[in-house]
Design a protein around this ligand. Structure first.
Ligand code: 3HC
Length: 289
């Protein structure tokens, strides 16, 4: 794969574009408009500067990575791409519009992939021009650091598409877990009920935020507790995923925790808004309960 396009320049899209560019590949990045795409590139620039500051990356190499990232204002340049990766908000209607519009320029042999965390691939494949070249490619945050990519073929995905995408994921230095197209795939199916349950535990005042996280950090050896991880992923994203699990399975064990719904309604979405279960406006995160 020589040229790749990423649609969505938020936390995941920017991380995906950074990782691709760090592996020597030219990557276009787009969002609702060119200004948002440029902002995504600026975020990557900051992330690379931090690595340079910590002596993890040479300044010249950081420049090289940035030079391979091309913000674009619309989908037309993506006609050149071998692979288009959608990493937009976790809402099916938004993704549908993207697949239909970007599908108009998808080259004959190119693949369209979705970084969805939970929406069925088989269904979304029908919004693209060729379901045999449509696949799920699920990255983990922070993308440049995390070692896993889930690859999710839909019912109509051609084996050749799965092979090409798995080879691409490995070329990025990631390990692949192949998942059937079931709600939440493998990792989020396990992770989101844990995060949701942590919010129930908080809502029932069984323990406070700091202790819930401490319990899981020390008791389970997780690098982050479930509430700090929820803030890191984004509480809106967490709620979107648990809602998809609930709606698609109708299993009550996935019922969203009422407190999670409230936090999202309050606009307390985690790190990206400066407040979630923790307040991030000072020098160090402070638990809010
Ligand atoms: N680019 C490249 N490298 C980066 C980077 C970036 N943007 N950000 C951090 N790094 C590197 C650092 O240089 C450092 O490298 P080193 O180990 O060689 O020194 C390493 O990553 C760790 O970074 P930090 O020292 O800054 O931070 P911590 O040691 O505190 O670790 C963490 C941060 C990696 C985020 C760790 O806390 C962690 O693993 N947390 C859990 C993350 C997790 O579970 N992610 C999955 C979320 S679920 C998901 O994404 C699915 C979605 O569908 C919801």
């Amino acid at each position: 794969m020589r040229r790749i396009a990423v649609i969505g320049a938020g936390q995941m899209g920017a991380g995906i574009a950074q990782t691709i560019a760090q592996h020597g590949i030219h990557v276009m990045i787009s969002d609702i408009d060119r200004a948002h795409a440029e902002a995504g590139k600026a975020t990557i620039g900051k992330s690379l500067s931090k690595l340079v500051g910590r002596g993890k990356l040479e300044a010249d190499d950081a420049e090289g990575v940035l030079s391979r990232i091309e913000p674009v204002g619309d989908y037309s340049p993506m006609a050149e791409a071998d692979l288009i990766i959608e990493a937009a908000t976790e809402r099916e209607e938004i993704k549908k519009t993207i697949f239909e519009n970007a599908g108009k320029v998808l080259a004959d042999n190119a693949i369209m992939a979705s970084n969805t965390s939970s929406i069925p691939i088989t269904r979304m494949a029908n919004y693209s021009p060729d379901p045999s070249r449509f696949i799920g490619l699920h990255f983990f945050n922070p993308v440049p650091v995390m070692g896993l990519i889930e690859v999710i073929p839909g019912l109509a995905t051609a084996p050749e598409t799965t092979d090409r995408i798995s080879a691409f994921a490995e070329m990025l230095g990631k390990q692949v877990v192949l998942s059937q197209d079931e709600p939440g795939f493998v990792v989020n199916r396990i992770l989101l009920p844990m995060i949701n349950e942590a919010v129930f535990v908080l809502g029932q005042s069984t323990a406070g935020i700091a202790d819930i996280d401490k319990g899981c950090r020390l008791g389970l050896n997780h690098p982050m507790g479930p509430l700090e991880l929820a803030d890191f992923v984004g509480l809106d994203t967490c709620l979107d995923i648990i809602k998809v699990l609930y709606k698609t399975t109708r299993d009550g064990k996935y019922r969203p925790a009422p407190l999670l719904v409230k936090y999202v309604e309050a606009g307390w979405l985690g790190r990206k808004t400066g407040r979630g279960f923790y307040d991030y406006t000072g020098d160090a995160p402070v638990p809010t309960r």
